[in-house]
Design a protein around this ligand. Structure first.
Ligand code: ADP
Ligand code: MG
Length: 717
C-alpha cells in the first residue's frame, strides 16, 4: 500500500498543494477547510446536498459535462451550441440601456484578426475584472453581427501566466447539480481545488479485484470523474465508482443472505409432495407445469432447517394463489401454522374465502383478521390462533398488531408484497419468536433480472412464466373522454353476453369540482340510471368492512353486473366472469397500477378488454398510456416503467431497505451490477464477516454507509 501511494504522489506532482495553502487534514474534515467555502456556502452545501465533509463533496458528482477543449478563432464560430474563444481584452465600457439597465461591452481580439463582443447586462462590476490587455476565454452562444460576432452573458475565465490552471475552459468541464444560490463557477472552482489536493487515501477496494477489472485507483477515479482529461478517463472513473457502490450493495446483500441462511430451528416440515395429494386432488382445475415447479421449489426449501426466503413472481392472473395455498397446506399438515398478509381488506377477504374453500375440506381451520372488526370477534380469533385451533390465518396490516401470537408459526406468506415496506415484512416474520418461520413473498410486479438481483438479492426466485392455458390476452384501448358514448355501448354489449364489468375511478366523491376527476359515487349513480335492469354496486375504501364484504361478495357471485370502485380493486381481486375493465382518468394512474387494474379481467375463459379513458391525451400521462396500450406483459411494462422513471429513482431502493445510489443506475449499469454480484458473493463466501485484512476497507464502508452491524441487520428480510 505504501509503495502505491508513493507512486501516486509522484504522479500527481501537478496536484501538490500550492505553496501557502495548509494541507487538508483528512477526508472527513468539514468542507470549510477549503478556500472559497465560508459559512454561507457551507450551509448551502449541507442543506441542498447533504454535503458536510470533503469526502461528501468529492462524491457530489457532475450531472453532465461540457466539452470546452476546443478554443476557436472567431472566424470558426458556428453559432451552434456552446463555443469557446480565447483572446485579449482590447477595451470595455459600460453604458445604460433605454430600459435603465447597465450594459457592459467588452471587445475581444482573437489574435487571428477576428473580433468578438462580450455583452453583460447589469453586471457593471465586471469592468474591474475584464481589464484591457487581460487574456480571457469566453464560453457562450455566438451570434453574428455584421462581420463581427457577439456573445450575450458568456461565461468568462481569465487566463494568466502558464502556471495558473484553466478550470472553466480549455478542458472537459463538469456541470454540477446546483441550487439557486450556489453558482456553477464557484462550485467548480471549489471542486477543482479539492481534487488537486486530495489527501492520501487508502483504496478500500481489494487490490486483486481492482487488477481484475483494470479499474483506476480510487483517488485517481475521484479526480477524473470531476475533471477528466478525455472521455475514456471519464468512463474508467465512472465505471470504477459505480462498481464501488454496487460492490458495497452486493456485499451487504451477500452478508445478509449468509446470516439468514445460517439461522436454524425452523419448525419441522416433512412429507413433501405426497403429503399434498389430497390438496391437489381437490382442486377445481389441474395445476400448470409452472405452478407445479414452483410448489416443488417451495417444498424443497421448507423441508430444510434454515428458513426459506423465496419470492414468487408471476404476472397478474398467472395463478399464484394456489401456489401459496399449497405452501400453507404443507405447513398446516405438518402441525404448524401459516399466515398470509394482503395489502387491502378487499383482497384479504377474498383470499380468506379462497383459502378456506381449498383448505377447510382437508381439516385445516382458517381465520381472518382485519382492522375495524368487532372486539369480541377479534378476541375470539386471537384466542384461536394462540391456542392453535386456527391453522391458517389471513389478514391485512392488522396482523402486525402486538397482541397477535401464534402457537407455532411455520410459514409467512406476503401477497402483493411490493405494497409493503421492509419493516412490515420483517415484523410479521418476527411473530415466529425464537423459531424463525419460512418466508414466501408473492408479487405480480416482475422486474428485469439484474434489478431483481439487487432489490430481491437476498431472496431465491421462483417464476411463473405463463398463465393457465386457454386464456387470450386482454385487449387494451386508450380513448378520449369524448368517446364515452362508445364505451357505454361496449359496456352494454358485454353485460348482454352475461359477463360483468368494473369501472374504476380515481376519486370516491366530488370533493373538488375543479379537479375534473370522475368519482365513483357519481359514476355509480349515473350508470344505475342509464342501465335500467342492470345491478350496479359501489365499492370504495371509506365503506365499513361489512359493506365492502357484501359488495364484493355480490359481485363475485354475480348478484351485481357492474362494480364501480376506486383503486381498492387494484390488486389481487379475482372474478373470472368479469370481462371488461373501464378506467376513468386513466392518466392519473401509474403504469404498474394500470397493469394491475387490467389484470382484474381475463382471468377466466372469456375474451376480455380494458378501456382506459383520459381527458387529456396530450399531457404527461400520455407516454404512460401509450406504453400501457402497446404492452400486454407485466414484464415489459415494468421494464418500460423503469425506463420512464429512471433506474436511479431513490424510491426503488428505499422500498427495499437499500440505500440510495450516489452514482450508478440500476438499469443502465446492469452489467456492472452483475459482475459486482459475482465478486461480492466470492468475497463473502470466503470471508462471511469480512474480517480478512484485505476486506477491511470494504467492511469499513459497509459499516459506515449501510450500518452493517446496526439496524440493517434486523431490517433484512
Ligand atoms: P394471481 O397470480 O394474479 O394471484 P390467481 O391466483 O388469483 O392469480 O389466479 C387467477 C385465476 O386463475 C383464478 O380464478 C384461479 O382460480 C385461476 N387459476 C389458477 N390456476 C389455474 C389453473 N391451473 N387452471 C385454470 N385456472 C387457474
Ligand atoms: Mg394474487
Amino acid at each position: 500500500m505504501y509503495h502505491t501511494q508513493k507512486r501516486l504522489g509522484k504522479q500527481r506532482t501537478a496536484a501538490a498543494p500550492a505553496a501557502g495553502e495548509a494541507a487538508i487534514p483528512g477526508m472527513d474534515s468539514p468542507v470549510r477547510y477549503l478556500k472559497g467555502v465560508g459559512p454561507a456556502r457551507m450551509r448551502l452545501l449541507e442543506e441542498a446536498f447533504g454535503v458536510r465533509t470533503l469526502e461528501d463533496l468529492l462524491y457530489h458528482f457532475p450531472a453532465r459535462y461540457e466539452d470546452r477543449r476546443l478554443l476557436k478563432p472567431v472566424a470558426a464560430l458556428t453559432g451552434q451550441g456552446l463555443e469557446c474563444v480565447a483572446g485579449t481584452v482590447r477595451s470595455r465600457g459600460v453604458t445604460r440601456t433605454r430600459g435603465g439597465r447597465t450594459l457592459l461591452r467588452a471587445v475581444i481580439a482573437d489574435g487571428a484578426g477576428g473580433t468578438l463582443f462580450g455583452l453583460w447586462f447589469n453586471q457593471p462590476y465586471l469592468a474591474s475584472t475584464l481589464l484591457p490587455q487581460s487574456r480571457v476565454v469566453l464560453t457562450g452562444r455566438a451570434e453574428r453581427v455584421g462581420r463581427a460576432c457577439q456573445m450575450v452573458h458568456p461565461e468568462y475565465e481569465l487566463i494568466g501566466d502558464e502556471a495558473t490552471e484553466q478550470v472553466h475552459s480549455g478542458r472537459i468541464v463538469p456541470v454540477y447539480p446546483l441550487t439557486e444560490e450556489l453558482h456553477q463557477k464557484s462550485l467548480r472552482q471549489i471542486l477543482y481545488r479539492l481534487t488537486r489536493r486530495i489527501p492520501d487515501m487508502d483504496d478500500p477496494m481489494p487490490e486483486n479485484l481492482r487488477a481484475r477489472h483494470g479499474f483506476p485507483r480510487l483517488q485517481e477515479a475521484l479526480c477524473d470523474i470531476h475533471f477528466p482529461a478525455d472521455e475514456s478517463r471519464r468512463l474508467s472513473a465512472y465505471r470504477r465508482l459505480v462498481y464501488d457502490e454496487f460492490l458495497q450493495m452486493q456485499a451487504l446483500i451477500a452478508c445478509r443472505r449468509q446470516r439468514a441462511r445460517s439461522v436454524r430451528g425452523v419448525p419441522e416440515h416433512r412429507g413433501g409432495r405426497p403429503m399434498l395429494r389430497p390438496f391437489f386432488d381437490a382442486l377445481p382445475f389441474r395445476p400448470t407445469g409452472e405452478q407445479e415447479r414452483c410448489v416443488d421449489e417451495i417444498l424443497a426449501d421448507m423441508s430444510s432447517r434454515s428458513p426459506m426466503q423465496r419470492l414468487v413472481q408471476g404476472d397478474v392472473g398467472s395463478g399464484k394463489t394456489v401456489v401459496a395455498a399449497a405452501a400453507l397446506a404443507y405447513t398446516a399438515l405438518n402441525g404448524n401454522q401459516g399466515v398470509l398478509m394482503a395489502p387491502t381488506e378487499v383482497l384479504a377477504q377474498q383470499q380468506a374465502y379462497t383459502l378456506s374453500q381449498l383448505l377447510e375440506p382437508l381439516g385445516i381451520a382458517c381465520g381472518y383478521l382485519c382492522g375495524g372488526q368487532a372486539p369480541a370477534e377479534r378476541r375470539r380469533t386471537l384466542d384461536d390462533v394462540v391456542s392453535g385451533r386456527v391453522r391458517v390465518l389471513v389478514g391485512t396490516h392488522a396482523l402486525l398488531s402486538e397482541d397477535l401470537r401464534f402457537e407455532r408459526l411455520g410459514l409467512v406468506v406476503i401477497d402483493e408484497q411490493h405494497k409493503f415496506g421492509v419493516d412490515q415484512r420483517a415484523r410479521l416474520k418476527a411473530k415466529g419468536g425464537r423459531r424463525p418461520p419460512h418466508l414466501l413473498l408473492m408479487t405480480a410486479t416482475p422486474i428485469p433480472r439484474t434489478l431483481a438481483m439487487t432489490l430481491y438479492g437476498e431472496m431465491d426466485l421462483s417464476i411463473i412464466a405463463a398463465p393457465p392455458s386457454g386464456r387470450s390476452a386482454v385487449r387494451t384501448l386508450c380513448v378520449h373522454s369524448g368517446q364515452r358514448g362508445h364505451v357505454e355501448e361496449w359496456l352494454r354489449r358485454v353485460l348482454e353476453e352475461g359477463r360483468q364489468a368494473y369501472v374504476v375511478c380515481p376519486a370516491i366523491s366530488q370533493e373538488n369540482a375543479a379537479s375534473g376527476l370522475r368519482d365513483a359515487r357519481a359514476v355509480a349513480a349515473e350508470l344505475t340510471e342509464r342501465l335500467p335492469g342492470r345491478r350496479v354496486r359501489l365499492l370504495h375504501g371509506r365503506m365499513s368492512p361489512v359493506e365492502k364484504r357484501s359488495a364484493m361478495k355480490d359481485f363475485k357471485e354475480h348478484r351485481a353486473d357492474v362494480l364501480v370502485s376506486t383503486a381498492v380493486v387494484e390488486v389481487g381481486i379475482d372474478v373470472p366472469n368479469a370481462a371488461l375493465m373501464i378506467i376513468e382518468n386513466a392518466d392519473r394512474f401509474g403504469l404498474a397500477q394500470l397493469h394491475q387494474l387490467r389484470g382484474r379481467v381475463g382471468r377466466g375463459p372469456y375474451e376480455s378488454c380494458c378501456i382506459a379513458i383520459a381527458m387529456d391525451l396530450a399531457g404527461e400521462g400520455r407516454e404512460r398510456l401509450r406504453v400501457f396500450e402497446a404492452n400486454a406483459s407485466g414484464f415489459d411494462i415494468a421494464e418500460k416503467d423503469l425506463g420512464l422513471r429512471g433506474g436511479g429513482d431513490p424510491s426503488l431502493t428505499a422500498q427495499h431497505g437499500l440505500p440510495n445510489l450516489r452514482i450508478g443506475d440500476l438499469v443502465a449499469d446492469a452489467e456492472l451490477m452483475r459482475s459486482a454480484r459475482i465478486d461480492a458473493e466470492e468475497i463473502v463466501a470466503k470471508d462471511p464477516e469480512l474480517r480478512d485484512p484485505w476486506n477491511a476497507g470494504l467492511r469499513g464502508q459497509l459499516v459506515r454507509r449501510y450500518g452493517l452491524d446496526g439496524p440493517g441487520k434486523e431490517r433484512s428480510v
